[in-house]
Design a protein. Structure first.
Length: 94
């Protein structure tokens, strides 16, 4: 694997910064990038293969999970009540 590449810069007047880094994680993937804005970090990976004949679109499954913080507390917007999850996780625009 080559050297890691990192680009960072401000994205708004309030001083919020975004960084994009590639070449450091997921060495077995054909492509991987880590994007960070504030406290939010997203790892996106891509694996490719030779295309199959007659298929021009392959549906992309998405699995979104909400995690607890390092102190094992639920996220701030959670009510704190212990109950079963309601429905499936959803993504904007999905």
């Amino acid at each position: 694997m080559g050297d890691a590449i990192r680009v960072e810069g401000p994205i708004n007047a309030a001083g919020l910064s975004m960084s994009i880094e590639t070449g450091k994680l997921a060495a077995l993937a054909d492509g991987a990038v880590v994007v960070q804005v504030g406290d939010t970090v997203v790892l996106s990976t891509v694996a490719t293969s030779t295309p199959r004949e007659g298929i021009d679109l392959f549906p992309l499954p998405v699995d979104a999970q909400e995690r607890m913080d390092a102190a094992a507390r639920p996220p701030a917007r959670s009510s704190g009540l212990k109950s079963a999850p309601v429905g499936r996780p959803s993504l904007p625009g999905a």
